[in-house]
Design a protein around this ligand. Sequence first.
Ligand SMILES: *[C@@H]1O[C@H](CO)[C@@H](O)[C@H](O)[C@H]1NC(C)=O
Ligand SMILES: *[C@@H]1O[C@H](CO)[C@@H](O)[C@H](O)[C@H]1NC(C)=O
Ligand SMILES: *[C@@H]1O[C@H](CO)[C@@H](O)[C@H](O)[C@H]1NC(C)=O
Ligand SMILES: *[C@@H]1O[C@H](CO)[C@@H](O)[C@H](O)[C@H]1NC(C)=O
Ligand SMILES: *[C@@H]1O[C@H](CO)[C@@H](O)[C@H](O)[C@H]1NC(C)=O
Ligand SMILES: *[C@@H]1O[C@H](CO)[C@@H](O)[C@H](O)[C@H]1NC(C)=O
Ligand SMILES: *[C@@H]1O[C@H](CO)[C@@H](O)[C@H](O)[C@H]1NC(C)=O
Ligand SMILES: *[C@@H]1O[C@H](CO)[C@@H](O)[C@H](O)[C@H]1NC(C)=O
Length: 299
Amino acid sequence: MRCHPAVPLFFAISPALAIPPPDFGFPEAPNDTALSITYQNNGNPVVVTEAELFGVEITSKEPTVAVETSRFQSIFSYNGSYVLLMVDPDARYPQDPTARFLLHWLQTDMTLGPQAADGTSQLINSTEPRAPYRNPSPPTNSSAHRYIFYAFFQHENFTLPSAFEGYSATNRTNFNLTMFLDESNLGRTPAAAMYFFVSNQTQVPQDFTAAAGGTYPGGNGDMITAGPGPSITPATTLATAGASTTATGSSSSIPSGVSETATATGSASLASATNGAVHTKVRPGVFLLACFMALPNAL
Ligand SMILES: *[C@@H]1O[C@H](CO)[C@@H](O)[C@H](O)[C@H]1NC(C)=O
Ligand SMILES: *[C@@H]1O[C@H](CO)[C@@H](O)[C@H](O)[C@H]1NC(C)=O
Ligand SMILES: *[C@@H]1O[C@H](CO)[C@@H](O)[C@H](O)[C@H]1NC(C)=O
Ligand SMILES: *[C@@H]1O[C@H](CO)[C@@H](O)[C@H](O)[C@H]1NC(C)=O
Ligand SMILES: *[C@@H]1O[C@H](CO)[C@@H](O)[C@H](O)[C@H]1NC(C)=O
Ligand SMILES: *[C@@H]1O[C@H](CO)[C@@H](O)[C@H](O)[C@H]1NC(C)=O
Ligand SMILES: *[C@@H]1O[C@H](CO)[C@@H](O)[C@H](O)[C@H]1NC(C)=O
Ligand SMILES: *[C@@H]1O[C@H](CO)[C@@H](O)[C@H](O)[C@H]1NC(C)=O
């Protein structure tokens, strides 16, 4: 039986999957090697999907981080430690990222916990964080910032460069990721990665979550509108009542009869940024806030 000509062609043109998408211009985990990030929202786990969009409350507390040992050969065959990094490339504004990168978390010496039923193994720190988790807090007049999590293989020759020691609350800006990776022998290729968006725009409920490409209720949901990064253009359409609106988490009210779908465009969609339903949980009080001031140091 002859091979169908379309089969090899399909493989030839199928895009290389990477997280985050290549047009970010930042280090990428190859082969779609996702880092599994889980936040807690009122006691309910929120497992981050790529390019998901959140209000600030969701990401306020340190998440658990895990790798899928059963799914990825590169991780399965590695039994050493990991270095975890979380960075914001969009500080203070995506269109003017003068503070890139803002270092949100730096944890070395993470080891694999036991494998859970879902095939993931939690990364557990055996030392104090080099820079403790700092929650996303983009300015209220900024569109959503991207937050990128990386896990790197911490090979035996890893050393923490002295220039990257002793982080305080005030010297997290202008973290030179390239220099850090080079000087610490981590290499440029992470073992696994994940990214999402967070906004603290005044119209965004603090417990808001939306799938990739989603937009905000009552807001422009502009997300990344300028500067480097993917052009994720929210295309808002009204769907039939209840068709794709899903309640997650608590028993907060859901806007009746309205759901929004949106499309991720550009190469972000190649990196499995899927179209999806917007999951909204609206706290009416949030809409009464009319604050036009940004906190000077909020990032
Ligand atoms: C990515 O997948 C390809 C094909 O399975 C494999 O040859 C390659 O070694 C993988 N790369 C990494 C870094 O895991
Ligand atoms: C990792 O694997 C190597 C050989 O594959 C073994 O010698 C070593 O003891 C293992 N380390 C741990 C922590 O399991
Ligand atoms: C692990 O990190 C947490 C904070 O993220 C810290 O409170 C804890 O002491 C660390 N564990 C060890 C063993 O250092
Ligand atoms: C979000 O913005 C409000 C002001 O609208 C501010 O009080 C709050 O601290 C901000 N939250 C975060 C996490 O930055
Ligand atoms: C450190 O180890 C990694 C992985 O084995 C390797 O790629 C890198 O070249 C090493 N760096 C040095 C300075 O030996
Ligand atoms: C951060 O500031 C502290 C003092 O507040 C200093 O000891 C440390 O070296 C600084 N670290 C970096 C990476 O700038
Ligand atoms: C970061 O460090 C590299 C050298 O490791 C340097 O080429 C680059 O210009 C630095 N970036 C910034 C923004 O300072
Ligand atoms: C955001 O607000 C601050 C403080 O009011 C202001 O200095 C800054 O220019 C504003 N930035 C943008 C991008 O709107």
